[in-house]
Design a protein around this ligand. Structure first.
Ligand code: SF4
Length: 301
């Protein structure tokens, strides 16, 4: 693909009419955008929207987050899952206040150097908050670009970033890098799904290498899924380590400030896990900054 102009034009007009109205798209505050991106890493949009507002009410600035006790941040994360994200976000805020005067770096490289920020989050904050012309590649964007350019045969993962970089809109394009990324995300979330892409409703259909075969075959699930790059297989949640860690943190979160639970009470909270299993889970939570041992029990940090 050499000329991305038709893709930019098609997506710009579609996005003007179909963009999802999401609260983190109404701000350029890098801290708020960072919060949204950390939340969206492992939580669906519908669940993130109300929690995002609640979290920003509780911690409206990066400084406010840094000043808060970490236990309070873990409590505010209730309902989101993957509680380690709350601890990482808090650590990051403390570091930015201590080392960067409370201001997030403006570039993806600068953001990437902070603790707990991966390449995706760094690119998203740089692009959405600071207007950096950099690809923002989540799984939706990967899938859409892969299908558009490579059809039903996804390329090596290493080929996608250079491709995404080559397709970035330039200064004369009808949309900027931020709108381009968000439009691709919306196409991926609402039209170009993993299992049943609706090519007939897609603004990219005239330019998409996968569309002719998908339309001809009626987009059967097997064909659609075979064209998805790098589907992460989710293990069963119930009974997993993550499940039990979540139960323990939920039990600790329900305590008044400074309260603790004994191993016997944690066994109840986890539905009767043995002591050594609880001890191993608590070790992991302590290591991740989600709990601390105190005399006779376990508490939030
Ligand atoms: S035309 Fe079909 S396969 Fe191509 S991007 Fe659109 S929905 Fe996805």
């Amino acid at each position: 693909m050499t000329d991305a102009g038709p893709l930019h034009a098609a997506l710009a007009s579609w996005y003007a009419a179909h963009a999802r109205d999401l609260p983190w798209r109404r701000t350029r505050d890098p801290y708020a955008i960072l919060v949204s991106e950390v939340m969206l890493q492992q939580t669906q949009v519908a669940r993130t929207v109300p929690k995002y507002a609640e979290f920003l009410d509780a911690f409206p600035t990066l400084g406010a987050l840094a000043d808060a006790p970490v236990a309070e941040v873990i409590r505010a994360w209730s309902g989101m899952g993957y509680n380690a994200r709350a601890v990482r976000l808090h650590r990051l805020a403390v570091e930015v206040v201590a080392e960067h005067g409370g201001r997030l770096p403006r570039t993806a490289e600068g953001l990437r150097a902070l603790p707990g920020i991966g390449p995706y989050t760094a690119a998203a904050v740089a692009c959405f908050a600071f207007g950096a012309r950099t690809p923002v590649l989540d799984t939706n964007v990967y899938r859409v670009l892969s299908r558009v350019v490579h059809g039903l045969t996804p390329p090596e993962r290493s080929a996608l970033e250079p491709l995404a970089r080559a397709l970035l809109p330039g200064p004369d394009a009808p949309l900027d890098a931020s709108a381009w990324a968000q439009a691709l995300m919306d196409v991926g979330a609402t039209v170009c799904s993993v299992s049943s892409p609706a090519c007939g409703d897609c603004p990219l259909e005239p330019h998409c290498a996968a569309a002719p075969a998908l339309l001809r075959e009626g987009a059967p699930r097997a064909l659609a899924e075979a064209s998805v790059p790098y589907v992460a297989k989710q293990g069963t949640f119930a009974g997993s380590t993550r499940f039990y860690r979540g139960r323990i943190v939920a039990a600790l979160r329900g305590l008044p400030a400074g309260g603790s639970l004994s191993v016997a009470r944690l066994a109840e909270a986890t539905g009767g896990l043995a002591r050594d299993a609880i001890a191993a889970l608590v070790d992991g939570l302590v290591r991740d900054g989600l709990a601390r041992r105190i005399r006779g029990g376990v508490a939030l940090p």
